[in-house]
Each structure stands twice: as C-alpha cells, then as structure tokens.
Design a protein around this ligand. Structure first.
Ligand SMILES: NC(=O)c1ccc[n+]([C@@H]2O[C@H](COP(=O)([O-])OP(=O)(O)OC[C@H]3O[C@@H](n4cnc5c(N)ncnc54)[C@H](OP(=O)(O)O)[C@@H]3O)[C@@H](O)[C@H]2O)c1
Length: 327
C-alpha cells in the first residue's frame, strides 16, 4: 500500500513581509545609506571575522561609528587590540575575540564564549579569508593548499554560523553575510583552491537561506572584485590593476546589511555568469589565453620561503590564543 505524504501548509507571511520591504530597503541603501545603516544597526551586536586588517578592520570602524557593538575576531591578538582601542577611544563599543577560525576546537571555543557573554548576536559577517594564487600544475605536491583554504573559507565560516543559528532562532531572527569573490563568477586561472572553497561557501549559504527564510534568518553573499588590502599586496600584477578601496568594499557590505539582498556584486559578475553559461567554450578560451600570457609568480613556482606573507600563513604577529576584552 502506498504511504501517505504528510505535507504541512507553509507559512508565507515572513516571505510576504520580506518581499514587500525589498524596494524600500533598496531605496534606503541608495538614498541615505549612512542614516539607514545607523537605523538598522544601532544598539545591535555584530560579529566580524577577519577584523584585524583589510576590509574587516575598515568595516569594524564603520559599524562601530554607526552605533553597533562590534565583536572582532582574527588570530593576531595585538592587531585586534589596536582596532578595539581605536574604537573605544572614539566612543564606540568593541570586544576582541582572538581565534584561529580554521581550527575547529578554537572556533567552537570562541562561539561558546560569545554566546555566553552576549544575549543577542544580530549579525554575523564571515569575512576572514585566505587566498592562494597557484595553478593546479604547481599544486600537485601541495594538497594542503586545498585543505587550508577549505578549513578557513568554508568549514570555519559554516562552523561559526551553525554555532550561532540556535541563538538566531531563539531571538527570532538574524543575518549572516558571507564574503565571497567575483572570481566565483569569472573563474580566473590560478585560483582553484581559493575559488573551490568560496564556491562551497556560496552553495552552503544559498541552501541554508532556502531553509531558514521563514525563521527571519537572512543570508547575503558579497562578491568582491579586487580590493586594495594586505591580501593582494604580494601579487605584483595587482599593483597595476584597478581595485576597490577598503572603504568602498565596506559600502558593499553596508548595502547588504541595509537591504538584506541575497547577493551584492558588480555588473561584471552578472556578465561573467551569462558569458560562462551561454558561451562556455569561448569563455574557457579567453581565460586560458590570459593564463598563458601572464607570468607565474615566484611563490607559485616554489621560489620563495614556505611562509610568504600574502599566502595567509601565520606571521610573527600571531600570539598564543588569549582573549581580551575592552569596554
Ligand atoms: N582583497 C581582495 O582583493 C578580495 C577580493 C575578493 C574577496 N576578498 C575576500 O574579502 C575577505 C577579506 O579579505 P581582505 O582583503 O580584507 O584580506 P586581509 O587584509 O588579508 O585580511 C584577512 C583577515 O582574515 C584574518 N584571518 C586570516 N586567517 C585567519 C584564521 N585562520 N582565523 C581567523 N582569522 C583569520 C586575518 O587576520 P589574522 O592574520 O590576524 O588572523 C585578517 O584579519 C576575505 O574573505 C577575502 O577572501 C578579498
């Protein structure tokens, strides 16, 4: 005998509310972004990973200035302390949570501490990331490149998100903003390890969003093009390429906070997706010819010491993991 399927009636009200507010939030983000950012986050608690340098650091200052309490995470205690001090000196609220997010135990320790110390966490911004620029053919004896990018960019981000999800449900909602890259759409050569980890993060994010929308838990992806930060500093060719400033990158994240749109990215992302879908062989030929034309970096050829700064390896600034807090 055929088994009965027990379907439940879905709750369409959260979706109706969210869709109805979409246009207004887009206008808010376009017309008076500063005012609406403040309105959206004043008094809220925002956890930012990768907040010791680059985009995360610039974001920490912007959100604290707009009235949020920012919880800042990265490995380097000293740099985090400096950011926290600068925010507190300017009258803001910030706490430092040193953590190696690629380490599962440490990531869980930090999540537990944050949950114990903050009754609400309203927004999580998974910004910590590492990029590795090396072609597949030079990675044959470097499987750890693939493991390390996954450990931070994918597993670290989703481990932290999943640790916070029960709190989001208890408090009736939350927002997760996952930082990705334009590369996921343009598929540039030499980034197989990095893009695979960001691609995994994007897939996870979209499925989680599909499951949690009715619980007022919203997910956004931000696909940055090049941004002038320490991450790209070691790659010489990027010195001559156009790039966003960290402040412009922060504008994109603020747009995601205000609008809660599913993806923030430039027009080039949409064009690249269209091109790869409609003319895949031509796209491959174009990217491949670019690959052939550009020289290999010394690091990719294994000519530099094992710990190049820009490869995201631990630097001397990494201290034993300790937590420090400032009021
Ligand atoms: N810059 C670009 O062109 C670009 C383009 C597209 C997307 N993105 C994405 O934007 C995000 C921010 O990048 P960025 O350019 O600002 O890079 P960045 O200046 O190199 O900053 C990376 C941040 O992540 C932290 N981090 C690295 N490994 C970590 C770990 N294991 N645990 C905890 N924190 C860790 C770093 O601090 P510690 O070293 O102190 O841990 C630092 O605060 C990344 O997700 C990146 O993939 C950047």
């Amino acid at each position: 005998m055929a088994r009965r399927l027990h379907l439940k009636l879905p709750d369409i009200r959260p979706h109706a509310r969210e869709l109805a507010g979409t246009l207004v939030r887009r206008l808010d983000a376009t017309l008076f972004p500063g005012m609406h950012l403040r309105r959206r986050i004043q008094g809220k608690t925002v956890l930012i990973t990768g907040a010791s340098t680059g985009i995360g650091e610039a974001l920490a200052y912007r959100l604290a200035d707009a009235g949020a309490r920012v919880l800042l995470s990265a490995r380097s205690t000293e740099k985090l302390e400096q950011v926290v001090s600068a925010i507190v000196d300017a009258g803001g609220q910030a706490d430092a949570y040193p953590c190696d997010i690629a380490n599962p135990d440490d990531c869980e320790r930090m999540a537990a501490e944050i949950l114990a110390e903050h009754p609400h966490v309203d927004i999580l911004i998974n910004n910590a990331g590492r990029s590795i620029r090396r072609p597949v053919i030079h990675s044959l004896a470097r499987f750890h490149d693939f493991e390390r990018t996954m450990q931070l960019n994918y597993f670290g981000a989703i481990r932290l998100t999943m640790a916070l999800l029960p709190r989001f449900r208890e408090q009736g909602g939350g927002q997760v903003i996952n930082i990705s890259t334009l590369g996921v759409q343009t598929l540039p050569a030499r980034f197989s390890a990095y893009l695979a980890s960001k691609g995994a993060l994007e897939m996870w994010t979209q499925v989680a969003a599909n499951e949690l929308g009715h619980e007022n838990i919203h997910f956004s992806l931000v696909n940055f093009p090049l941004v002038r930060t320490p991450m790209i500093a070691p790659t010489e060719i990027y010195r001559y390429s156009p790039a966003l400033t960290p402040a412009q990158a922060v504008d994109w994240i603020c747009q995601a906070i205000i609008t809660r749109q599913k993806r923030v990215g430039g027009v080039s992302a949409q064009l690249a997706t269209l091109m790869h879908m409609s003319l895949p062989k031509l796209s491959e030929a174009i990217v491949n010819m670019g690959y052939q034309m550009t020289p290999e970096s010394a690091a990719a050829r294994g000519k530099t010491p094992r710990k190049p700064v820009g490869d995201g390896d631990y630097g001397d600034n990494v201290r034993p993991l300790r937590r420090r807090r400032r009021q």
